[in-house]
Design a binder for this molecule. Structure first.
Ligand SMILES: O=P(O)(O)OC[C@H]1O[C@](O)(CO)[C@@H](O)[C@@H]1O
Length: 560
C-alpha cells in the first residue's frame, strides 16, 4: 500500500472514530463534561501572542480533541503549514505561493521565490510606502495648491476595502488628530456621492486600491472621483498630488494615469483578502501612523511565529480550526457567528465574512473530487451587546445551532464610568447561557415560585426553556491595540487555512466570484438599452425570470 493510501485510510478511520465519539456525547450535556473532568476549563484554553482562547464551552470531549489532532496529522497540517511559510505554490489552482506572512516577517530571513528574495522586496516597498506616509504627515508632500492632505478616501472593494476599514475602525483611539479617512467600495454611486459632498478637493488624497486594477466597482469609482476632482477645479497636473494607486498591475495603473512614483505595489503571492499588511494598508498607516502600522504587523508576526512553531496540541489557530471542524462536520452546524464585544471591532464580522467564506466556501477538492464533507460555514455577526437585542433569540432558542466566537478586550480603549464592566458581564453571560441553558423543570419551578398557577406555568414553560449545549469560543485580550488586533486577524487567517487543509480545498482562490461578474458585464448593455431585446419582447439568451426583471427595470427607469 502506498504511503498516500495509508494516510487516506487513517483519515477515514479517524473520521469514523470522531463520528462514534459524537454519538457517545450526544446525550451528555457540556456541563457534565466539566463535572467529570476538573481540569477541563484549564486544559481547553491557551494563550498565544497576547490572546487568550477558551474553547471549553464547545460540546467536545478530550477524546474528540485527541482525535481531531490525529486528523490534523493525517491531513498533513504541520507539513502544509511548513509549505506555506516555505513559499511552496500551495495556491495550486492559480499556481501561486501564499506569502502574506512575509509582509510582517521580522526575522530578517531570506526567502527566494523565482530567484528573488521576497522578504527584501516586501521590506523595500513597505519602507517606500511609510516614507510617503511620513511625508504626508510632515506636510513635505502636500496638495496641488500647497495645502496639507488631511483627508484620505480609499477606493477599493473586498480585500482592498474590508481589511483597511476594519483596522482603521478598530484603532480609533490611535487616530492622528485632524486626519479623516473615508472608504468607498460600492458601485452604487450614492456611496461615492455621499462621500464627495464631505470633501475639500484641495486637502483630499484619493487612494485607488485594487490588486488587479480591473475591478468594475473600483475603476468606476476611481474614474468618477477623478472627474469630480477636475470638475472642482483640480488641474490635470494636480492629479499626481491627489491620486495614488495600490496594485500589482502597474500597466493598468499607468493606463489610468497614475505615475509609478505614486504607485505602491504588492505581488501575486498576496491574496486580496490577505492584503491589509501590504501597500493596501496605506490608508491604515495614514490614519494611525507608521509606528502603529508596524505594531499591527508585529502582532501578526507574533501569531505567525506561534502558528509556525507550536505543536498542534498547543497551537491556537490549529485548535480553533479543529473545534470549527468538530462543529461543522460532526455537529452539523452550518452557521458561525463572530461576536466582538467591542464597538471598535464592529467591522470585524464583515471582514471575516470575506476572509472565511471566500476562502472556504468551496466544493471542489484539490484531489479532483467533489467534497464529501461540508466545508466553510456561513459567517455573520455584529458587535455585542447590539446583537443581543437583534438575533440572539435564535442563538438561544432557534431550531438550528449556531457556533459563536465571543471576542473582547479586558480593558476598554476608552473607559467611561461602569460601561466596560457591564460590557464584560454581558460577554461572560451570553456564552454561559448558551452552554448552561435552563431546563423545563427549572422554568416550571421558577414560574410557580413567582406565584403562577400550575396550569399557566405548564403552558408558558416551553417558551422559556433554553436547551443549552450551544457551542462557543471566547477570545480575550488585555486591550485592543494595533498589536493585539494584528494577532487576532492572523489567528483567523491561519484558522481558515488549517480548515481548508482538512477539507482538502484550496483556501486561496475565489473562482466562485467570476460567473456573476461575467453575467453582469453581459447584462450592462441591456440595462443601458444599447442592445435591442430579441424579437418578441424577450431576451432570447436570458432565462425567463431575468428577462422579465430586465423588462420591468427598462420600463420603469427614468433615465435611459
Ligand atoms: O483588489 P481587487 O483586484 O480590486 O479585487 C477586489 C476583490 O474582488 C475579489 O476578487 C472578489 O471579487 C476579491 O477576492 C478581492 O478582494
Amino acid at each position: 500500500m502506498s504511503s498516500e493510501a495509508r494516510v487516506k485510510e487513517s483519515g477515514e478511520v479517524i473520521w469514523d472514530a470522531l463520528r462514534l465519539e459524537q454519538e457517545a456525547l450526544a446525550d451528555v450535556p457540556t456541563l457534565e463534561l466539566f463535572d467529570v473532568d476538573a481540569e477541563r476549563a484549564r486544559d481547553f484554553s491557551l494563550e498565544a501572542a497576547g490572546l487568550y482562547l477558551d474553547y471549553s464551552k464547545n460540546h467536545v470531549s478530550r477524546t474528540a480533541v485527541d482525535l481531531l489532532l490525529k486528523l490534523a496529522d493525517a491531513c498533513d497540517v504541520p507539513e502544509r503549514i511548513a509549505a506555506m511559510f516555505r513559499g511552496d505554490r500551495i495556491n495550486a489552482t492559480e499556481d501561486r505561493a501564499v506569502l502574506h506572512t512575509v509582509l510582517r516577517d521580522r526575522s530578517g530571513r531570506e526567502l527566494l521565490i523565482d530567484g528573488e528574495d521576497v522578504c527584501a522586496v516586501a521590506t523595500r516597498e513597505r519602507d517606500r510606502m511609510l516614507s510617503f506616509v511620513d511625508d504626508i504627515h510632515n506636510a513635505k508632500r502636500v496638495g496641488a495648491t500647497g495645502k496639507p492632505l488631511t483627508t484620505v478616501v480609499n477606493i477599493g472593494i473586498g480585500g482592498s476595502d474590508l481589511g483597511p476599514v476594519m483596522i482603521v475602525e478598530g484603532l480609533r483611539p490611535y487616530w492622528i488628530a485632524g486626519r479623516r479617512s473615508f472608504f468607498v467600495s460600492n458601485v452604487d454611486g450614492q456611496h461615492l456621492g455621499d462621500t464627495l459632498v464631505q470633501l475639500d478637493p484641495e486637502t483630499t488624497l484619493f487612494i485607488v486600491a485594487s490588486k488587479t486594477f480591473s475591478t468594475q466597482e473600483t475603476m468606476t469609482n476611481a474614474q468618477s472621483a477623478l472627474d469630480w476632482f477636475l470638475a472642482q477645479g483640480g488641474s490635470r497636473e494636480g492629479v499626481r498630488d491627489h491620486f495614488v494607486a495600490l496594485s500589482t498591475n502597474q500597466e493598468a495603473v499607468a493606463a489610468f494615469g497614475i505615475a509609478p512614483e505614486n504607485t505602491f505595489g504588492f505581488w501575486d503571492w498576496v491574496g486580496g483578502r490577505y492584503s491589509l499588511w501590504s501597500s493596501i494598508g496605506l490608508s491604515i498607516a495614514l490614519q494611525v501612523g507608521r509606528s502603529h502600522f508596524l505594531e499591527l504587523l508585529g502582532g501578526a508576526f507574533a501569531m505567525d511565529e506561534h502558528f509556525r512553531h507550536a505543536a498542534p496540541g498547543d497551537n491556537m489557530p490549529v485548535l480553533l480550526a479543529l473545534i470549527g471542524i468538530w462543529n461543522r462536520n460532526l455537529e452539523d452546524i452550518g452557521v458561525h457567528a463572530i461576536l466582538p464585544y467591542d464597538q471598535h471591532l464592529h467591522r470585524l464580522p464583515a471582514y471575516l465574512q470575506q476572509a472565511d467564506m471566500e476562502s472556504n466556501g468551496k466544493s471542489a477538492c484539490l484531489n479532483g473530487h467533489w467534497s464529501a464533507l461540508k466545508t466553510g460555514p456561513v459567517i455573520f455577526g455584529e458587535a455585542g451587546t447590539n446583537g443581543q437585542h437583534a438575533f440572539y433569540q435564535l442563538l438561544h432558542q432557534g431550531t438550528d445551532l449556531v457556533s459563536c466566537d465571543f471576542i473582547a478586550a479586558v480593558n476598554s480603549q476608552g473607559e467611561l464610568g461602569d460601561h466596560h464592566p457591564k460590557l464584560l458581564a454581558n460577554l461572560l453571560a451570553q456564552p454561559r447561557a448558551l452552554m448552561c441553558g435552563k431546563s423545563l423543570d427549572q422554568v416550571r419551578r421558577e414560574l410557580v415560585a413567582q406565584g403562577m398557577d400550575a396550569a399557566a406555568a405548564e403552558a408558558l414553560a416551553p417558551h422559556k426553556v433554553f436547551e443549552g449545549d450551544r457551542p462557543s469560543n471566547t477570545i480575550l485580550m488585555e486591550r485592543l491595540t494595533a498589536e493585539s488586533l494584528g494577532a487576532l486577524v492572523a489567528l483567523y487567517e491561519h484558522k481558515i487555512f488549517v480548515q481548508g487543509v482538512i477539507w482538502g480545498i484550496n483556501s486561496f482562490d475565489q473562482w466562485g466570484v467570476e460567473l456573476g461578474k461575467q453575467l453582469a458585464s453581459e447584462l450592462l448593455p441591456l440595462i443601458n438599452g444599447a442592445v435591442k431585446p430579441a424579437p418578441g419582447g424577450g431576451e432570447s439568451e436570458l432565462d425567463p425570470s431575468t428577462a422579465q426583471l430586465l423588462d420591468w427595470i427598462r420600463r420603469h427607469r427614468a433615465v435611459s
